[in-house]
Design a protein around this ligand. Structure first.
Ligand SMILES: [Ca+2]
Ligand SMILES: [Ca+2]
Length: 89
């Protein structure tokens, strides 16, 4: 029997700000085929012209379908490296 795992994926802030540093993803389904451990999600990073430290957001998997489970790792962190020059302290 062919059963897909269909959790939701969504973005959450750590130090990056939605609509300022990245386009947030409201919870949406991703589809894992049986024995499939990877799926791709396109995330839009928003550029600015401000020199700033690295910014961090995360992708969370949640709300698996009925009779489905999510493994112990349900979050991945994404680091946005600044490309606007050196910070001066
Ligand atoms: Ca920024
Ligand atoms: Ca910047």
């Amino acid at each position: 029997m062919f059963i897909q795992n269909r959790p939701d994926v969504s973005t959450a802030n750590v130090t990056a700000y939605p609509d300022e540093d990245y386009e947030p993803i409201t919870p949406r389904r991703v589809y894992f085929d049986p024995m499939d451990a990877e799926e791709s999600v396109v995330l839009q990073i928003l550029s600015d012209s401000i020199a700033e430290p690295q910014e961090v957001l995360k992708l969370d998997l949640s709300d698996p379908g009925q009779d489905e489970t999510i493994g112990p790792v349900n979050t991945t962190f994404i680091i946005i490296n600044d490309d606007d020059g050196k910070l001066v302290f």
